[in-house]
Ligand binder design. Structure first.
Ligand code: UT7
Length: 328
């Protein structure tokens, strides 16, 4: 158990360039109508060529530090959830550390695809709960445009770039903070969603480039089914663990992959109108960045207030999934 742990500040960053569904109509055989009906997405942000994942992560982190009233030197740990690191190594958190001047922090990345932010939050929470860390910067950041196959209409219409960050610390007396986390994985289904090339199985070669192995591959319909089931189950388990029910939840922030997935989960959980926060229409699926960007927007819009019960629920490649219940 240990100390209660809370989020003391949030921040986010979206690149300047916006790509609409109409822009995509000029690149692949698709329509705004198809993309919007099937996914709920209208537009997404795309990072500049010289903008790496760490640059977006650092911008989001500066906002989160300001919101928490802390300086970069106050941080003792930085975790970045990402599948689009700046380089194979060093880890992206080290780049962020350098850019924001967090010289007292130790830094590492967590690779759990779209669940990367929530897995990172869980790790950070435990460090703080047991007293091993005081102030931790947890980031979800992705430049998915760098692993998107712009010739594959089944995937390229879904993804966007961006970063979200939170500062975690010990909660004040009387605040429960992060009440329950539930995480799961199933490695047997890795083939349904992955980037096969560039790792030790298929190191980069002319052949892997010719075979387009460095891009995301997804069997959409199968992923959809697993996402609905795993996210609904994780949400129920996390609420159970926290001793709460869905009626107690003021705001649900789900992974923003598809409005139909989110609506299916909402109907399984029997949530009330207006409880689920969705921003994917404007930003698409940003993998590990989806939840922290949506959270920052919800907080800044006043949708989440002190004492509210908040539920995060995610699903991604691996497969990986998870849910967290917090008292804000
Ligand atoms: O973030 C990690 C988790 N990711 C997800 O959770 C994503 C899960 N999957 C999905 O969101 C949905 O499966 C998609 C949005 C990817 C696809 O929606 P769908 O309703 O499952 O469509 P589908 O893949 O079954 O494709 C239906 C049809 C196909 O044509 P036929 O075979 O019925 O003739 C596709 O070829 O739509 C066609 N299609 C397109 N048409 C126009 C596929 N992509 C496009 C496109 N524009 N961009």
């Amino acid at each position: 158990m240990g100390r209660a742990v809370k989020i003391s500040g949030t921040g986010s960053y979206l690149p300047e360039k916006v790509m609409t569904n109409y822009d995509l109509e000029k690149i692949v055989d698709t329509t705004h109508e198809w993309i919007h009906t099937r996914s709920g997405i209208s537009e997404r942000h795309i990072a500049a060529d010289d903008e790496a994942t760490s640059h977006m992560a650092a911008a989001a982190s500066r906002n989160a530090l300001e919101a928490a009233g802390l300086k970069a030197e106050d941080l003792d740990m930085i975790i970045v959830g990402t599948i689009t690191p700046d380089m194979v190594f060093p880890n992206t958190a080290c780049f962020v550390q350098d850019q924001i001047g967090a010289k007292n922090a130790f830094c590492f990345d967590i690779e759990a695809a779209c669940s990367g932010f929530l897995y990172s939050l869980d790790v950070a929470k435990n460090y703080i709960a047991n007293g091993a860390a005081e102030h931790v910067l947890v980031i979800g950041a992705e430049k998915l445009s760098s692993i998107t196959d712009w010739e594959d209409r089944a995937t390229c219409v879904l993804f966007g770039d961006g970063a979200g960050a939170v500062i975690l610390g010990a909660a004040d007396e009387g605040t429960r903070g992060i009440m329950a986390n539930v995480m799961g994985s199933d490695g047997s289904l890795y083939e349904l969603l992955n980037v096969p090339g560039g790792g030790s199985r298929f190191p980069a070669s002319h052949q892997t480039v010719d075979d387009r192995l460095h891009y995301m591959k997804m069997t959409g319909r199968e992923v959809f089914k697993h996402a609905v089931r795993c996210m609904s189950d994780a949400a129920v388990k996390a609420l159970d663990k926290a001793g709460l029910t869905v009626a107690d939840v003021k705001c649900i922030i789900p992974h923003q992959a598809n409005a139909r997935i989110i609506n299916a989960i909402a109907s399984r959980l029997k949530t009330e109108e207006g409880v689920v926060y969705m921003n994917l229409e404007r930003v698409g699926n940003m993998s590990a960045a989806s939840v922290p960007v949506a959270l920052d927007e919800a907080v800044r819009e006043g949708r989440i207030k002190r004492g509210d019960i908040v539920l995060f629920v995610v699903f991604g490649g691996g497969f990986t999934w998870g849910a967290s219940v917090l008292e804000w």
